[in-house]
Design a protein around this ligand. Structure first.
Ligand code: GTP
Ligand code: MG
Length: 579
């Protein structure tokens, strides 16, 4: 049975055509008919579809008969290319024996091509290199093949040239997947069942559904099992495979990829990376994954404070299908009750915000994503990341100059067809406008990959914003010393623009390490709604006069008292969006 199974993934840099290739493979194996499905059909989340990017791994089982002989079962997992979702790639690679490494013929090797290929190499997976999009007029097939030869050290003849769009040469690639991806290795005789959980989601009718790769033994309906690490027992309600919808099966055999309906009600009990073993088994868990960790944090409030509970419910619901989301309740004097939410990166933050607003109809105020500083005694520590930039040689100078400006330290450089350069950079710098600047100094050619490196001691402190001597938490944040002055000046200037005149003078000050390092003032002003263009309106007409005064009152309701200063809610939105 094992020799009929092939488990493989498609990996690549973002947009190089993974999901499009998956479409063609699904057609060739008759899971779907050509022209009868949406493009990139494995991208099922509406935001994924709209933005044209994959944000979740997607498994699917196909069957294929080679040359009228035996039936082969192909388990494909499509992966996201964007760096924020690289954890999905890690999880996928623990379940397969081989990968198709796609490279876009118009782009060449880019940052996630390299980082994802390294992950596959580390796991000793068979790599099938493929140049995609050869149908495009801008395709540079020979040049890109040479890049792959230099990078992987393989003969040029091993590289496939395909068009995932037209399907050109995809049949040959499929044959090669079957012939060169090894079957799963058989476990020793008599070893008990053990399956790795590589993903899970919550179904309101059937409880948690775990995605598994069976490494030994089998799983079937009615088996009494438990989660090896979570130590939670349950009875298997159903097993099945992805087509890509869930299709029940009698049994999930050794080597296969499928799902298990657990009937457990709490997604936290079925942690990704845990193993399912027989209830009485003493087998340890399979080696799982490093834990995901939030990299950037934003405070999230609803514009209407009455919506707080809806926000809470929405976050809890999203969490059921996105265990990388992390949130804790917070309270702001001006913005009310909210949450501090941790994300994998800026794109993840943006996708979550959009889902909260659209799927749950919420209107939100989000502070700009920030990194989390740690403090031991007086010493601050900030997170650093290792970044990898891939860029054509002629841009290496500007790229290196740019990195220096963002407090980055050079690690290494590799100079073959293109430059790949590594830096150690504070995460706070990377999530500022670094990527935009990188794109602009390289005419869009540079690509960037990053991973968390370490917490590093840094001179930093809280930059405290005061309005009329009162500290305002909402505008204050930890800032490194090198950036304190520019940040302070920028912040007080913006606040001066956004805070309307009050009936008394407002002093805006930024305090850092006990000193005021920037300040502005807003002179007092009394807005008289009864005077318009110098003329008194509504004179004599009491009704009109009251209406105007009521309107002013209404407006006041939308104001937030921050300390003793009234600030319109829009000011927060504008400030947070501009930063
Ligand atoms: N002309 C042409 N376009 C292609 C080909 N393969 C993919 N594309 C297009 O490239 C774009 C990206 O394709 P996707 O399949 O979504 O890429 P992906 O690698 O899955 O992207 P992520 O999952 O977001 O990393 C889409 O507009 C595809 O239609 C190809 O062989 N030729
Ligand atoms: Mg995709």
């Amino acid at each position: 049975m094992l020799d009929r199974i092939r488990n493989f993934a498609i990996i690549a840099h973002i947009d190089h055509g993974k999901s499009t290739l998956a479409d063609r493979l699904l057609e060739l194996t008759h899971v779907v008919s050509a022209g009868k499905h949406e493009e990139q059909m494995l991208d099922r989340n509406p935001i994924s579809r709209e933005r044209g990017i994959t944000i979740k791994l997607a498994p699917v089982t196909m069957e294929f008969r080679i040359h009228n002989s035996k039936l082969i079962i192909l388990n494909l997992i499509d992966t996201p290319g964007h760096v924020d979702f690289s954890y999905e790639v890690d999880r996928t690679l623990a379940c397969v024996e081989g990968v198709v490494l796609l490279v876009d013929a118009t782009q060449g090797i880019q940052a996630q091509t390299i980082s994802n290929a390294y992950k596959a190499i580390e796991k000793n997976l068979v790599i099938i290199p493929v140049v995609n999009k050869i149908d495009l007029p801008g395709a540079q097939v020979e040049k890109v093949k040479q890049q792959i030869v230099d990078f992987l050290g393989i003969p040029e003849g091993d590289i496939f040239e395909i068009s995932a769009k037209t399907g050109h040469n995809v049949q040959n690639l499929l044959d090669s997947i079957i012939s060169s991806v090894p079957s799963p290795t058989a476990s020793k005789e008599g070893v008990e069942s053990r399956a790795l959980v590589f993903d899970s989601y919550y179904d309101s009718h059937r409880g948690v559904i775990a995605f598994v790769r069976v490494f030994s033994g089998e799983l079937k309906h009615g088996m009494k099992v438990r989660l090896a690490q979570g130590n939670r027992a349950f009875e298997v309600q159903e097993v099945g495979i992805f087509k890509p919808d869930l299709i029940p099966q009698n049994v999930l055999d050794e080597g296969s990829i499928g799902y298990v309906v657990t009937n457990l009600k709490d997604i936290h009990e079925v942690r990704v990376g845990d193993s399912i073993v027989p209830e009485r088994s003493t087998l340890p868990a399979l080696s799982g994954y490093r834990r995901v960790k939030s990299m950037v944090y934003a405070s999230v409030f609803t514009t209407d404070t009455a919506d707080y509970l809806n926000l809470k419910k929405a976050l809890e619901k999203l969490y059921l299908n996105d265990s990388s989301l992390e949130f804790t309740p917070i309270f702001s004097q001006a913005l009310g009750a909210g949450f501090r939410v941790g994300f994998l990166g800026l794109l993840h933050a943006d996708v979550v915000r959009e889902r909260l607003e659209r799927e749950f109809g919420l209107d939100l105020v989000l502070t700009p994503p920030q990194v989390e500083y740690r403090k031991e005694g007086d010493q601050f520590f900030e997170p650093h990341v290792k970044i990898l930039i891939v860029v054509p040689q002629e841009y290496s100078g500007p790229v290196m100059q740019l990195c220096e400006k963002y407090r980055a330290k050079f690690i290494t450089m590799d100079n073959k067809n293109q430059i790949t350069v590594q830096y150690d950079m504070p995460l706070s710098e990377m999530i500022s406008d670094f990527f935009d600047k990188l794109k602009s100094v390289t005419s869009g050619y540079a690509s960037l990959d990053w991973e968390f490196a370490d917490y590093v001691p840094v001179k930093a402190d809280k930059l405290e914003v005061q309005l009329n001597m009162e500290p305002i938490e909402e505008f204050s944040e930890v800032v490194v010393q090198e950036r304190a002055q520019e940040k302070a000046i920028d912040l007080v200037k913006k606040l001066k623009e956004l805070i309307p005149r009050q009936q008394y003078e407002v002093k805006i000050q930024a305090k850092y390490k006990g000193k005021i390092i920037a300040s502005e003032r807003i002179s007092p002003f009394r807005k008289n709604v009864l005077i318009k263009s110098g003329k008194v309106v509504g004179a004599g007409d009491v009704g009109r006069k009251n209406k105007l005064l009521d309107k002013q009152k209404e407006g006041k309701k939308r104001m937030k008292m921050v300390g003793k200063v009234e600030i319109p809610k829009e000011a927060f939105l504008k400030l947070f969006n501009k930063q």
